[in-house]
Design a protein around this ligand. Structure first.
Ligand code: NAP
Length: 659
């Protein structure tokens, strides 16, 4: 087998950013009162209970009710004013204790303490505890890292896995494989790690979900500067994670997976890789883990005359520092998440801009979208042991129910196709009201700014008013007539208008349902995976595919969350599930595991049934969540907790074990 890496024993807490000590508190009582007055109480109370080893104040009557979030989150998870007042008193007393007793050290929790704090944060949802322990770096049984070692279960066995891709998913898988000491190689088609965050460098690129919900459980960075991190900050974070985990030096850059063919006799995949210069190499691996991303292959619509355009044409993902847009006439095609960031970022610097909209986006209010973390947050994360990690956990707790209640469709709802339920209609009304304010004085624009589909049917954006400000700028035009053709000098719309432009930005999204596009994967009996899928990619738990032994997808079909939960959790967990499968192979001394078709059918039926109840599953909706067959093949319609349960172990009923 190919030379590969092994890892070190897990001797430290499962957090590459582990912080043993915080700074001493020296502030006066008055200052502590001020801090407590602006702190996020559930996170602070949890952190203080852990630091002081006193969970007695997390009594039932201080529990955050986790009031469902329709549009803007409720402060302190919906704690009543009375609860807040009492919570602040308790927090103040505990903060003084930290100061007066000089408590600065993070403590690992006992089982009982962990249970009590999780029950407090989760408002009694004990069924969330397993998943939350995966995320809590102080829990005694944090369950993400493998609790076994290759040499203990398969000493001397010639076994090597291949991980394909070094983005968010590939790095997570590689870290876990290294922790288990399973030999592996990791290849990356480009010359840098970081996946989507390495590629997407367009102006304005940043997270449109809260930063603290977008980190690994095993790399809990605490000093994030911004509430919605910028693209380069996430890139740098991923680079640091790769360095600290020891994965960075293992990555073989400029090596793209071309094909893999299963050899049943050898119990190995024959893998062909190719360098940028076109040199091919064939190697054997016992398992292949693909982490090639989902929103990665640009979708560039095929407009008539496209090739004749003599200006600059660039897809959002291909934007780089050479893209010459300043002072130019710029067309932006699309109004999704990428356009939402590009348009406000560049509109002031262009001569004029035309935004081509096919459908308007729904935007959730996010007043803090461009704001730094607060000064109080920064103080707490420096002075209260593991406060930022508790805050991260609190964001995770809130993300479990997320906004599912706003997108679940009611049967025979008369508001369709504009909304899917009374709650969904309320959200529609509220977001429409906000649009009315944002576009006041621009009635023509407002008509086109209100989407004609239900909130949540497509991915919702986060907005602090910059979109409306850009569209109402003097040098910006919103064009809603469909694009008819592209000429050497511009874009002609169906109404006959010719928009002369120098630059066309295709913010037209990706082809997420075309999993493993451009890669040939031949499983048992030489069946190619795309032939097996026939346009409808399906994988059990988003990871395994019948007939493709020891083949695992991380960020495969149906694991993307859109109104709830953490993507990092889903990806980490998929990688961990693949590792559990490999453990079975090693412990049983067999060649491979192969998921049974009936297990996959059952899984797909389960997620399809739920997806059909959602706004994005309605027959009148068109979204990138669906594939060309109309099935919602990208989205996980449940919470993180169900995925934690589904991937907890490899059910022998679901797999064939190939000796
Ligand atoms: P997108 O959401 O798929 O948006 C593509 C846009 O192009 C849509 O407005 C679409 O219109 C339009 N379009 C596509 N084909 C067209 C055609 N033939 N003619 C006219 N318009 C056309 O793509 P995206 O904005 O790149 O975002 C994709 C996903 O990437 C997001 O949903 C998100 O998950 C992720 N993302 C995240 C971030 C972040 O976290 N900061 C940023 C960017 C992207 P229709 O709506 O009518 O189809």
């Amino acid at each position: 087998m190919t030379a590969a890496s092994t890892g070190d024993l897990l001797t430290t807490p499962d957090d590459l950013f582990w912080q043993e000590h915080s700074e001493s508190i020296t502030e006066s009582d008055e200052e502590l009162l001020r801090i407590v007055g602006s702190a996020d109480l559930p996170a602070l109370l949890a952190a203080l209970a852990a630091a002081t080893a006193d969970t007695s104040f997390l009594s039932g009557d201080l529990r955050p009710p986790l009031t469902p979030v329709d549009t803007v989150g409720h402060p302190h998870g919906g704690m009543t004013p009375l609860q807040q007042e009492r919570g602040r008193k308790v927090a103040f007393a505990a903060l003084k204790r930290l100061r007066d007793e000089g408590i600065t050290r993070a403590r690992m929790l006992s089982e009982a303490e962990t249970d009590t704090i999780l029950e407090y944060l989760g408002n009694g949802h004990t069924e969330w505890a397993g998943m939350l322990r995966h995320e809590l770096d102080l829990a005694p049984d944090k369950n993400g890292a493998p609790d076994w070692r290759f040499e203990d279960v398969a000493a001397g066995r010639d076994f090597t896995a291949l991980i394909v891709g070094s983005g968010v998913a590939g790095l997570a898988a590689a870290h876990r494989f290294r922790q288990a000491g399973v030999p592996f190689a990791i290849i990356e088609a480009t010359d840098r790690l970081g996946g989507t965050w390495q590629k997407n460098r367009y102006p304005g690129v940043r997270l449109d979900t809260p930063t603290f919900g977008y980190t690994y459980s095993f790399a809990q960075r605490t000093d994030w500067p911004q509430q919605f991190a910028e693209g380069h900050e996430i890139r740098e974070y991923l680079e640091t994670v790769a360095e600290r985990s020891g994965v960075a030096s293992l990555i073989e850059y400029g090596s793209a997976l071309i094909s893999a063919e299963w050899d049943g006799d050898a119990g190995a995949w024959s893998v062909t890789t190719e360098t940028a210069a076109g040199t091919r190499q064939v190697r054997q691996f016992n398992a292949v883990i693909t982490a090639t991303g989902q929103l990665d292959i640009p979708n560039i619509p095929d407009f008539p005359g496209q090739a004749s355009f003599t200006g600059t044409a660039v897809h959002s993902q291909e934007w780089d520092e050479r893209t010459d847009w300043q002072g130019k006439r710029v067309a932006v095609i699309g109004t999704g998440a990428s356009a939402y960031q590009i348009v406000p970022a560049i509109c002031a610097g262009v001569e004029r801009m035309v935004v081509f909209q096919r459908s308007a986006p729904w935007m959730l209010p996010a007043p803090a979208y461009h704001k730094p973390m607060t000064e109080v947050f920064s103080w707490l994360s420096r002075k209260v042991p593991h406060y930022a990690q508790w805050y991260r956990l609190w964001v995770t707790v809130l993300g479990i129910p997320g906004r599912f209640h706003t997108v679940r469709a009611e049967k025979d709802w008369p508001g369709a196709p504009l909304s899917v339920s009374p709650r969904n209609q309320q959200v529609r009304d509220e977001l429409t009201r906000i649009l009315g304010e944002q576009f006041s004085g621009h009635p023509e624009l407002l008509k086109h700014a209100v989407p004609d589909y239900p909130p949540g049917a497509k991915r919702m954006l986060r907005d602090n008013g910059v979109w409306a400000k850009a569209l109402t700028s003097k040098n910006v035009t919103l064009e809603t007539s469909p694009i008819r053709e592209i000429t050497p000098t511009g874009i002609v719309t169906a109404d006959g208008t010719h928009h002369e432009v120098d630059v066309i930005v295709y913010a037209t999204g990706f082809r997420p349902s075309e999993y493993l596009e451009g890669i040939e994967i031949k499983g048992k009996e030489g069946i190619e995976i795309h032939d097996a899928w026939d346009g409808d990619a399906r994988a059990y738990n988003g990871v395994t595919v019948p007939g493709f032994p020891n083949f695992f997808m991380v960020y495969g079909p149906n694991v993307g969350g859109v109104v709830a939960g953490s993507l990092h959790f889903m990806l980490e967990r998929a990688g961990e599930y693949a590792l559990k499968a490999i453990r079975e192979v090693l412990e049983r001394g067999i060649k491979a595991v192969d998921v049974r078709p009936e297990a996959l059918d059952r899984f797909v039926e389960w997620v399809d049934t739920e997806n059909r109840q959602m706004a994005w599953g309605q027959p009148y909706v068109r979204t990138w969540y669906q594939n060309s067959r109309g099935r919602v093949s990208q989205i996980w319609p449940f919470t993180n907790v169900e995925y934690w349960e589904a991937t907890e172990s490899l059910d022998p009923e679901d797999y064939d074990f190939l000796a």
